[in-house]
Design a protein around this ligand. Structure first.
Ligand code: ADP
Ligand code: MG
Length: 228
């Protein structure tokens, strides 16, 4: 039996601008098992990023239940719990990589461990191991500006995985990449799944990336309307 990492039920979220209220999510339910990769597809404005922000404890749902590791968390999207959940349980990957330009490859990857107050020896040992897993150990002393898009995204994946989060959330991870680089990113995800049983929630427009997922769902107007 696999373990359910995250289970959400009947999530609603509205945005209010002036007098106008818009319901971006209208009752979303889904679950993620350990080691599973779920892809969420859907046209622009369908609510994909809103859902990712809620699952990532970056925003609170208006309604609905969120269970993390089997535990109902009413505090999921609210501080101070949200910060702890983000730091301890979740790794994030974005379309534009969000790396720190002034740091080297290894410094970017080591950063979350430094912030967690880990011992120096442990930091550099784990960083090397992670860089090896995503296939860019030979670039560790390079500036991130010297890397290709695909290599940068692999640095971002290594940084997201270094704290061994339960859940990896990726918003259009191959959105800015050519097909060769996209393949490298997908390979890094598949390695993370097999080697550390990473659980991956990936928002994507890219049918190629989605084809590697264990499960693909489609969002339309804030509703999951089917498993593809
Ligand atoms: P997607 O990622 O699928 O393109 P989003 O989740 O970003 O969709 O947006 C869903 C809907 O919610 C869109 O109609 C968008 O305009 C609206 N929306 C998103 N964020 C906000 C916000 N901060 N304020 C108001 N409306 C928003
Ligand atoms: Mg989006």
């Amino acid at each position: 039996m696999s373990e359910t990492i995250l289970k959400v039920n009947n999530i609603h979220k509205s945005y209010t601008t002036g007098k106008e209220s818009f319901e971006a999510l209208r009752g979303v339910s889904l679950s993620l098992e350990q080691g599973e990769m779920l892809a969420v597809m859907g046209s622009s404005g369908s609510g994909k990023s809103t859902l990712l922000h809620i699952l990532g404890a970056m925003d609170a749902a208006d309604e609905g239940e969120i269970r993390l590791n089997g535990e109902l968390r009413k505090d999921y999207g609210t501080e101070p719990a949200a910060t702890r959940i983000r730091a301890e349980q979740i790794g994030f990957i974005f379309q534009d990589f969000n790396l720190i330009q002034d740091l080297t490859v290894e410094e970017n990857v080591a950063l979350p461990l430094m912030l967690a107050g880990e011992k120096n020896r442990v930091i550099w040992e784990k960083t090397d191991q992670m860089l090896e897993k995503v296939g860019i150990l030979d670039k560790k002393k390079n500036a991130v500006t010297e890397l290709s898009g695909g290599q940068r995204q692999r640095v971002a994946i290594a940084r997201a995985l270094i704290t061994e989060p339960k859940l990896l959330l990726a918003d259009e991870p191959t959105g800015n990449l050519d097909s060769k680089s996209s393949t490298a990113v997908i390979e890094a995800f598949l390695n993370a799944k097999s080697q550390i049983k990473a659980t991956i929630f990936m928002v994507t427009h890219d049918a190629f990336a989605a084809s590697y997922a264990d499960k693909v769902i489609a969002l339309k107007d804030g509703i999951v309307f089917g498993e593809l």
